[in-house]
Write a protein of this length. Sequence first.
Length: 392
Amino acid sequence: MRRGKIKVAVGISGGVDSALAAALLKEKGFDVTGVFMECWNEPGCRTDEDRKDALKVALKLKIPFKVLDFKKEYKRKVVDWFFGQYQKGRTPNPDIVCNREIKFGRFLSWAEKHGFDYIATGHYARISQTAHMPFQKTTGSLASASDLLRTRPAESPKATPAQPGSVSFSVKDAGDLRLLQGVDKQKDQTYFLALLTQKQLGKAMFPVGHMLKSQVRREAKKRGLAVWDKKDSTGICFIGHDYRFDEFLKRRIAEHPGEVVDTSGKVVGKHRGVEFYTIGQRHGFEVKLASTQRPKLYVVAKEAKTNRLVVGSKKDLKRGEFKVEGWSLIGGPRITLGAGLRVRIRHQGELTGCRVLGKTVKLKKLVEGVASGQVAVIYRGEECLGGGVIED
C-alpha cells in the first residue's frame, strides 16, 4: 500500500484556471508543487509577467514553486515545426502539439523523474475512468477527490458497436480512460488535448473541468488569489501581443509574390506568398478585375509548390468531406469509428455530424474553412475520441 500523500506537480501558468486547480488540489490533501514552464521569452510575449503571477499564487497557497526551462525543446518541437508547416502551405495548430510534446511530454517526464504521481493543469476537460481509479488506493479525505477531479464511470458514454464501413484501431496496452468535454462548453479545451495517449491521460488531472468559468473566477476570488480577474490569454502564445501574425511569419519567411488564380486556373491577380494566407481569407491579395466584375472572393486553396493562391466564391469554400493522414485515438482498441459521430475542425468550431470511413470523414452538411494541417477532432456525445491531421 502506498504511504504518504499523492504528489502532484501543477502547471501554474500565471492565469486563474491553473491557480484554482492548485488551490483545489491542496485543499483535497494532495502534496502540491507549483511549476511554471518557461517555453518562450521573446519581445511581445508576457513570460516574465506570467512567471511573477505564478509565483504569487504559489506563495499565497504556501506550496513549493519551480521554474522549468523548456525554451530549447519548445523552439525545436513547436516553433520550428510551426514554421515548417506554414512553408508547406498548411495551417498547423501549435497548441495541440505543445500539449502533446511539452506539457504532457517534457513536463510529465520531468514530474515522473522527480517522484510525482500526477501532473495537473487548468484545462477545461474531464477524465472518466472505469478500470483506472487511482484514488481508490488511498484512505481518508483523499478518497473523495475522485468526485472533484474525475467523473464517475456511470457518466461516461458507452462505446457503440461497429458500423458498416467503419475502421477499428489497435493500440498496445491501451487502458480505459475517456476524455470528456468540460462542463463549460464555451471554454471546453478537449480539442487541444485530442492527440494525447492513454498513458498521458493516466497521469493527468483537470481539477476545474467540472466548473464554469464564472465559478472558477468566483472561487479564486474567494480564496484571495490575485489572478482571479486576470484576462484570459488568447491567440498563439509565442507570437505575443505586440505583433501581427504576418509580421511574425516574416521573421522566417520572406515575401515572394505569386499568382492569384480563380477556380478555373485563370490568373486574376497577385499575392505576397501563400504562407501569409489562410483558407477563407478575403483580404491581403490583389485582384485585377474591374470593380463591376469583382465578386466577393475568398482563399479556397493554397498551392505551395507553385506559390499560387486559388480564390473563389463563398460556395467554393464549402466541403462535404475530407481526408486525414491517420487517426490518433485515445481509447485504443475499444474505439470503433463509424456513424453517429461529430467532428470539429478548429477550437470552438461547430460540431458537425459525420461518418468516418477509414481516413475519410463524410460530413452531414457542408462546412467552410477545411484546411490541410488542421486537426479534425472526433466526438461521440461528450467524449473526445481523438483526432487526425487533415491531408493536403
